[in-house]
Design a binder for this molecule. Structure first.
Ligand code: UD2
Ligand code: MN
Length: 396
């Protein structure tokens, strides 16, 4: 039997709950709260949608699956509520494959909300994070196309405001990944006050959108689990592939080294810089920081750098003298393409930005008459420049 006393108790409890709900609603403004609750219900819907589709596709869902309801019509109003802390569009594992015949025009059509220069903002809420993606590049258009195909919807699902920058090294001189990153940092920050920069190999495709492209309190190594290393971290200090730094992190460690020409070493140097600058490496979980690398051979013009171990041994002496504070380059062109901003740049060689001035014609003719003297002169020049490099390294 229900007594009069217990009836009163229920009534008070009911009123109490109502008061708490009212207080919650009025705390951050009625409008924001209501849209928050609406989103919770929509989250269920979207998650269901993704689960349905992922269920069908073994090894992850279609990266474009839950973006179709975002429409161009919204416009971007100033009084929009912030996006929720966790995006309701996130779906987890992504199915990654590389179908032949994909074109950039198709990628454009699949991303109608991306605007000139490869920029995007969520159409229905104010993004909580602004992330720039920096991709060092030369002669990898084929990989770039696949990366763009996956990265655009991946970032949209995370409700980020973002921009994609491709930093293209001009000419055929030895490739320099880390120096291109320094260029990317400066050029991207010149355009917008990004709060996080992702330094991204062109051939790495993220396989789980819970791997958030936002910065942590410490520099983040995002590519913790790659197929090429059996989805495990190859060694503790590994910092290659994809990493994320805030502008403050980047400047604190004086950016990346400029003097690693060719393949290898620069990623370890960067890892060491993080700790020399008093920071730690943060990482997502192995379950989430998964990447597929598009298979490739070592590129022409990116031979293994034989000096890398010697240079690495000196990072402690060199990091403050070589990096963001000394980077020199010339922007050749800047193009705002539909899916990315392309910055073509001359980063020079070990001996500077410009090739040595051509010798006067008379001197050349004399050399042609005397090949032995020409050979001796060439040897002297080579010895000089390698001495210069050695000196440079020794100073650092
Ligand atoms: C590893 C690291 C990479 C870097 C490199 C050593 C992984 C997944 N990545 O990559 O972060 O430390 O070793 O330098 O382990 N690139 C071009 N054109 C070229 C050469 C390079 O665009 O001609 C760019 C491109 O973005 C590429 C990146 O540089 O992804 C790294 O070069 P890689 O892919 O040839 O080297 P890899 O896979 O051994
Ligand atoms: Mn690679």
């Amino acid at each position: 039997m229900v007594t009069l006393q217990s009836k009163w108790r229920f009534l008070f409890m009911f009123l109490g709950i109502q008061l708490v709900v009212m207080a919650l609603l009025s705390r951050e403004g009625y409008h924001k709260r209501v849209s928050y609750f609406i989103r919770i219900f929509r989250k269920g819907e979207v998650a269901g949608l993704v689960r349905n589709r992922t269920g069908a596709a073994l090894g992850g869902g279609d990266v474009y699956a839950n973006l179709s309801h975002l429409s161009r019509g919204h416009g971007h109003a100033d009084d929009m509520p912030y996006c929720p802390k966790t995006s309701p569009l996130i779906g987890g594992p992504i199915h990654v494959s590389f179908p032949s015949g994909l074109t950039l025009a198709q990628v454009e059509r699949k991303n109608p909300l991306v605007v000139s220069g490869g920029r995007y903002r969520p159409p229905d809420c104010e993004a909580r994070h602004r992330t720039a993606i920096i991709i060092p590049h030369r002669h990898r258009e084929h990989h770039l196309k696949f990366l763009l195909y996956y990265l655009h919807p991946f970032l949209q699902r995370q409700q980020l405001s973002y921009g994609i920058y491709v930093i293209h090294q001009v000419g055929n001189y030895t490739f320099n990944r880390a120096k291109l990153m320094n260029v990317g940092f400066r050029e991207a920050m010149r355009e917008e006050d990004w709060d996080c920069l992702f330094f991204h190999d062109v051939d790495l495709i993220p396989e789980d959108d819970r791997n958030l492209y936002v910065c942590d309190a410490n520099p983040k190594h995002a590519a913790i689990a790659m197929d090429k290393f059996g989805y495990k971290l190859p060694y503790k200090m590994y910092f290659g592939g994809v990493s994320a730094l805030s502008p403050l992190h980047y400047l604190k460690m004086n950016g990346f080294p400029n003097n690693y020409w060719g393949w290898g070493g620069e990623d370890d140097d960067i890892g060491v810089r993080v700790s020399l600058a008093g920071m730690f490496i943060s990482r997502p979980s192995l379950k989430v920081g998964r990447y597929k690398m598009i298979k490739h051979k070592l590129d022409k013009g990116n031979d293994v750098n034989p000096k890398r171990f010697n240079m690495l041994a000196k990072t402690r002496q060199t990091w403050k003298m070589d990096g963001m504070n000394t980077v020199e380059y010339e922007v050749v062109s800047r193009d705002y393409l539909p899916l990315y901003t392309n910055i073509t740049v001359n980063i020079g060689t070990e001996s500077g930005l410009r090739p040595p001035a051509p010798r006067p014609a008379a001197e050349k003719a004399a050399a042609a008459q005397n090949p032995a003297a020409e050979k001796a002169a060439a040897q002297k020049l080579a010895a000089n420049s390698s001495n210069k490099l050695q000196e440079k390294l020794a100073v650092k």
